[in-house]
Write a protein that binds this ligand. Structure first.
Ligand SMILES: CC(C)(COP(=O)(O)OP(=O)(O)OC[C@H]1O[C@@H](n2cnc3c(N)ncnc32)[C@H](O)[C@@H]1OP(=O)(O)O)[C@@H](O)C(=O)NCCC(=O)NCCS
Length: 208
């Protein structure tokens, strides 16, 4: 793919034309208004949730999703902290600064934030939300918990990190409820920490 210095970044939070991307993201999954996502969006959008797509040659090749901590997909708390639920650039479009452009757009849009937080993984079997990738945006780990999945890749330990990037002098780092995190997340079926309903478990991870 040729690099385009000016791909467009479109906020689709309240744009019906792109509604399916509020649910299906870039994963090749059928569009379905699934219950958990619907419930999440209903609460999060009025509180400041945003989802943006990066479009190049009319093709959606990247996305970013974020919300104030209290409306985020993770059990993160902090004063004026904005949490990035997800950032994703398709593999075929990687390495053209698109990830950085999405992240710069987030920082520009949320100037009053005390800083940005996200969750990153270390030694997880999937290629998703890797710690080193989040470090490339300037995040640093400020807390972590070592866990195992109760149903998948049993006995494989991985670390979940709370990543933090302060943007104001004296910003107080956010906190992560490790206990709540053991339940997994509900905001996106494609997220590696997603808790599927069929699991019939309260906590999908155990500390180790
Ligand atoms: C993280 C991600 C968004 C970066 O997007 P990108 O467009 O490829 O990255 P950029 O071109 O903006 O580069 C950002 C930085 O990462 C570096 N980088 C990107 N890919 C790299 C690689 N494979 N190896 C080493 N460094 C790499 C770039 O050199 C750049 O660093 P620099 O500023 O020091 O030069 C992208 O790799 C991605 O989508 N990863 C998967 C994220 C994910 O799991 N999402 C959730 C799905 S559920």
């Amino acid at each position: 793919m040729k690099a385009n210095p000016k791909p467009s970044i479109l906020d689709i939070t309240k744009n019906n034309e792109y509604e399916k991307y509020l649910y299906k993201c870039l994963a090749p999954m059928p569009f379905r208004k699934y219950r958990k996502r619907h419930e999440y969006l209903k609460i999060a959008i009025p509180k400041g949730f945003r989802k943006k797509l990066l479009i190049f040659n009319r093709e959606v090749i990247g996305q970013i999703e974020y919300a104030p901590a209290e409306a985020s997909g993770f059990p993160i708390s902090g004063d004026k902290v904005v949490v990035m639920n997800c950032i994703w650039v398709l593999r075929k479009a990687k390495g053209h600064n698109f990830g950085k452009q999405l992240f710069a757009d987030l920082m520009k849009s949320e100037k009053s934030a005390s800083g940005f937080a996200t969750v990153a993984l270390e030694n997880h079997w999937s290629p998703w939300m890797k710690k080193w990738q989040m470090e490339k945006f300037g995040f640093k780990s400020v807390d972590s918990v070592s866990v195992m999945h109760k149903l998948k890749h049993k006995e494989e330990r991985f670390k979940i990190h709370l990543m933090w990037l302060p943007t104001k002098k004296n910003s107080k780092p956010p906190t992560l409820s490790k206990q709540k995190l053991l339940d997994g997340v509900n905001f996106c079926t494609a997220h590696p920490l997603y808790h599927p309903e069929k699991a019939k478990l309260r906590e999908i991870f155990e500390k180790c």
